[in-house]
Design a protein around this ligand. Sequence first.
Ligand code: ADP
Length: 186
Amino acid sequence: MPHAEHVFLDGRVTLQVGDLTDQAVDAVVNAANSSLLGGGGVDGAIHRRGGPAILEACREIRRTAWPDGLPTGQAVITTGGRLPARHVIHTVGPIYGRHGGREAELLGACYRNALALAEANGLRSIAFPAISTGIYGYPADQAAHVVSLALSRHLSGGTSAVDEVRLVFFDRRQLASFVAHHAFPA
Ligand code: ADP
């Protein structure tokens, strides 16, 4: 169980250290790249553990909905394959410094659009990695501020059926940085 100090928004958001691919939730969110055809970091781990069904579903999305790739900030949903999670919601985080000052807006859009897709599919629990803070270079302290504000606004609207949002950090240092810089209401 996460320590009480790592629970926010009346228990709907929890922070924990762990591996995203271990999470038994309705959907885990993939920090994908726009090709949707696999990459390093979380993306590689999800495809390795989830097996070929996820990649096949991503190829189908490229063939149909997004032939030129998924734009930054958008989200799509596939099977979870062999993951403990039933679904994967793939979103493309901003590459820090490459969006002319729109990075925060785009990072917030990743979380909002992933939640909206979960809601549209009747899902209740979702686990996020720290999108863009790895290979894409988004400073973790700034990401904490942006992500906590986006989640607070979205979940306090009262219309979301998602009642469990897990923020999963790969190590204790990343979690501590988030805790130090978040903007969740007390
Ligand atoms: P991006 O390209 O969006 O930066 P990365 O996958 O490189 O995505 O990293 C995003 C974050 O996820 C980083 O903080 C990284 O440490 C973390 N991470 C990498 N693998 C895992 C995993 N299996 N579970 C949880 N977090 C992970």
